[in-house]
Write a protein that binds this ligand. Structure first.
Ligand SMILES: NC(=O)c1ccc[n+]([C@@H]2O[C@H](COP(=O)([O-])OP(=O)(O)OC[C@H]3O[C@@H](n4cnc5c(N)ncnc54)[C@H](O)[C@@H]3O)[C@@H](O)[C@H]2O)c1
Ligand SMILES: O=c1ccn([C@@H]2O[C@H](COP(=O)(O)OP(=O)(O)O[C@H]3OC[C@](O)(CO)[C@H]3O)[C@@H](O)[C@H]2O)c(=O)[nH]1
Length: 389
């Protein structure tokens, strides 16, 4: 429950605020709403087109935080109520986006509109009404590392200067225009530049968040269960789906790309610090990730296989992985980030935040959730006879 004497990092009392959270019904939004309801006195105006992932916070009316969270079913593309909600709030957090890589090269227009055009009014209303904005960008704005352009056997590839991603120093390196994978990163980069320029020219109080592969319960969907059968979610849900169905995990282009994964609950702590410490967070761009949790995608698949066997009690598959080309898996125009290690200096200095949870531990709690939530539904779906046409 909310404690009476909450203070910020400088020892000042934290005043209760109203937060307009756009995209509140998604993966990150649902965890942020949960945290705000359970541990703070703040009010949330939760904006989204869906609310399935926050239903447990909205009903029943007897919940301890009833009255502090209100759901507004609004598509921000075309709804005049948005400006009113931003005006009512002290802070706006924009999470709304198309952010699944399978969409970037197959629906590049929707991706660019969602990540740039649809975010424009949010920035404009915040700027015009002198309202603070926390905008969610992505680690994908870094694109590829400088090191990836060096010869494979170059010793410079081991030098952190060629791969650590630093908010105020690293360049944004994308592929050619035909590689439409980069439509998302490019749209996110341009909206970051716009937010930054609004800060510089018009005094907008802003914070930009660059999440580095946050994972945990409620991420995306399991195809054919709570999402389209042919849909392709992000890697955690793809691999969870394979494990639940007892089929090999598909390694795109050999699973050689590297990622650092951070537990959603650790990352939400960082966002709460930003919310409650405006003087330390305003004007900054923050990497939020866990540099200690780096693996190749192949290693992730192997670890998830082992953890899933432990939490489900089922034996691991004899052939746990199969290789698939990116063209076959994602289609024409896919490309990839080779490696993503966040520099943590800025978030450390400004907010004193550090991630805590190891990859093994976060996979254990997440796959326990996946098994409890989906195993029975998958069993039933598999045993159902396919309708003849
Ligand atoms: N999860 C990660 O690791 C990660 C990594 C990098 C960046 N991000 C960024 O963080 C943000 C949230 O990501 P997430 O993982 O929670 O994604 P998500 O897809 O689970 O959540 C996005 C939410 O926005 C809503 N939304 C989209 N368009 C909308 C519209 N026009 N009007 C109203 N609502 C709309 C969706 O319905 C969804 O609930 C995104 O901006 C994403 O680019 C996330
Ligand atoms: O079945 C699969 C699915 C994916 N891969 C490969 O895994 C890597 C990671 O994929 P994913 O988590 O889906 O996405 P990215 O990390 O590439 O991009 C995301 O990062 C942040 C964000 O902005 C939002 O979450 C988004 O763009 C990748 O190499 C896939 O090819 C696989 O092998 N098998």
């Amino acid at each position: 429950m909310a404690s009476a004497a909450r203070v910020d990092l400088d020892g000042n009392p934290i005043k209760a605020m109203t937060i307009c959270m756009i995209g509140a019904g998604g993966f990150i939004g649902s965890h942020l709403c949960e945290k705000l309801m359970a541990e703070t006195p703040h009010k949330v105006l939760a904006v989204d087109v869906y609310n399935d992932k926050i239903k447990h916070l909205l009903e029943p009316a007897s919940l301890p935080w009833a009255g502090r969270i209100q759901f507004h079913r609004i598509n921000i593309k075309n709804d005049s109520r948005l400006e009113g909600l931003i005006k009512m709030a002290d802070l706006t957090i924009n999470l709304a986006a198309i952010c699944t890589p399978a969409d970037y090269n197959t629906r590049p227009l929707d991706t660019i509109y969602s990540n740039f055009i649809d975010a424009l009014p949010v920035v404009k209303y915040c700027s015009e009404n002198n309202k603070r904005l926390i905008h969610f960008s992505t680690c994908e704005v870094y694109g590829k590392t400088i090191g990836s352009f060096l010869p494979k056997d170059s010793p410079m590839r081991q030098d952190p200067a060629y791969f650590i991603l630093k908010e105020d120093a690293s360049p944004c390196i994308f592929g050619s225009i035909e590689k439409q994978r980069w439509s998302y990163a490019c749209a996110k980069q341009l909206i970051e530049r716009l937010v930054y320029a609004e800060g510089a020219e018009n005094g907008l109080e802003f914070t930009i968040v660059r999440p580095f592969n946050w994972i945990g319960p409620r991420m995306d969907f399991i195809p054919g269960i709570d999402g389209p059968s042919e849909g392709v979610p992000r890697v955690l849900a793809c691999f969870s789906n394979n494990l639940l169905r007892g089929e090999p995990l598909k390694l795109v282009d050999g699973g050689q790309s590297q990622r650092t994964f951070v537990y959603i609950k650790d990352a939400i702590e960082a966002v709460l610090l930003m919310i409650e410490n405006p003087a330390r967070a305003n004007g900054h761009i923050f990497n939020v990730g866990n540099p200690n949790n780096e693996v190749t995608v192949r290693q992730l698949a192997e670890m998830m296989t082992e953890v899933y066997s432990k939490v489900s009690g089922e034996p691991a598959l004899e052939v746990p992985t199969i290789d698939i080309s990116s063209k076959e898996f994602y289609g024409e125009g896919y490309d990839d980030s080779d490696k993503r290690i966040p520099d943590m200096t800025i978030i450390n200095t400004q907010l004193g935040w550090n991630p805590k949870t190891s990859l093994w531990d976060l996979l254990e709690s997440t796959l326990t959730y996946q098994h409890r939530t989906y195993a029975e539904a998958i069993k039933q779906a598999i045993s159902k006879p396919v309708a003849s046409s």
